[in-house]
Design a protein around this ligand. Structure first.
Ligand SMILES: [Mg+2]
Length: 343
């Protein structure tokens, strides 16, 4: 590579069938020389060959049929064109083998305005061996990743096994970020997963300095864990919350859980710890104060014990402990002078 060459840092991989176009073409399953099943491209994606069976891609090689019968998935075609225009490295990786007429195959995309001189088409169907399509696609993509230093790799595919195989490459290329987009039967792309979700969500959660589930952090977490029930923090003042409402219950349970967590409320530099910030964000301050007091009380007990040990040489701190608890209770304002809880 010459120094002045500018290489794209983004690799964008498009599947063809049911990602860029819908077709009615069938793949035949052949056993003992006869066709035992005919699969459309969607069924083909999920079909596992039984022992003694083979795929016959005969019809899938027919470029005329592809040109005349495939229906474009417009949003994905637009995505493809946009990636080409941006200067990303754009490839198609298909389960198909070679077509019988290369130019006619390319014309199918050209007629929708796709500059096919910028797109290389890799055909997993040309590869020998009885591997599943996702394994073959993985080999092709690995070679692509070896050929350039990509900071991002993006894949659009309607088949989840292909996306998962793609994502599994992240282990081998830890410096590349992997984004897997699933294309639905309706032709809508939604993010399936990405390789660095954990980092993202932690980054957002720390970045807003709340550690208490902001909308952004929740969105990042939901991307990472599709179907997750994680919700944003309840930041409404407790007095404004409807008693017994879902939000009130969530706040109560959060405060209880969080305040039960051992750990300091202040960092050595005097700044509040993430735990303290989260308690504050959820309006658990009373609990925060209690936690502070208990910590102070515990310290007093420890100090008094030390003193007793020195004075009496006995490790018995019952009286001191009670004294410290009384101090803590008094400071909370929730208890009367003689240690009874205020009504
Ligand atoms: Mg497909």
């Amino acid at each position: 590579m010459r120094a002045h060459e500018i290489r794209p840092s983004k690799l964008v991989i498009f599947d063809i069938d049911d990602t860029l176009v819908h077709t009615q073409t069938k793949v035949h399953v052949v056993q003992d020389g006869r066709v035992v099943k005919s699969l459309n491209s969607h069924d083909f994606t999920h079909y596992k060959l039984q022992p003694g069976q083979e795929f016959d891609f005969g019809a899938f090689r027919n470029a005329r049929e592809f040109f005349e019968n495939s229906k474009p998935i417009i949003p994905m075609m637009n995505q493809l064109k946009q990636d080409i225009a941006t200067g990303n490295k754009v490839v198609m990786v298909t389960a198909r083998a070679d077509f019988d007429d290369r130019e006619l195959f390319l014309d199918t995309f050209r007629k929708y305005g796709v500059d096919m001189s910028k797109v290389h088409v890799y055909r997993a169907g040309n590869m020998a061996g009885k591997m599943q399509t996702e394994e073959k696609k993985k080999i092709i993509i690995r070679e692509l990743l070896n050929s350039g230093r990509y900071t991002k790799a993006i894949m659009y595919d309607d088949a989840v096994p292909n996306l998962d195989a793609f994502l599994s490459l992240h282990k081998e290329y830890p410096h590349t970020k992997f984004y897997a987009w699933h294309v639905s039967l309706e032709g809508e792309a939604s993010e399936h997963s990405r390789s660095h979700m954990e980092e993202d969500w932690n980054k957002v959660n720390h970045h807003d300095k709340t550690n208490g589930l902001s909308q952004k952090a929740v969105n990042a977490y939901r991307r990472e864990n599709p179907g997750s029930k994680l919700q944003t923090a309840v930041t409404t003042k407790p007095s404004k919350l409807k008693k017994g409402s879902k939000a009130a219950k969530r706040r109560k349970s959060f405060c209880a859980r969080m305040s039960g967590n051992k750990g300091p409320m202040k960092k050595p530099n005097g700044k509040p710890t993430p735990k303290a910030l989260a308690l504050r964000r959820w309006n658990c301050e009373s609990i925060e104060q209690m936690a502070n007091m208990i910590a102070r009380g515990e310290q007093m007990i420890a100090e008094m014990k030390q003193q007793q040990l020195a004075e009496q040489g006995v490790a018995e701190g019952g009286g001191a402990q009670q004294a410290a608890i009384a101090i803590a209770k008094k400071a909370s304002g929730k208890y009367t002078k003689d240690g009874q809880r205020k009504k």
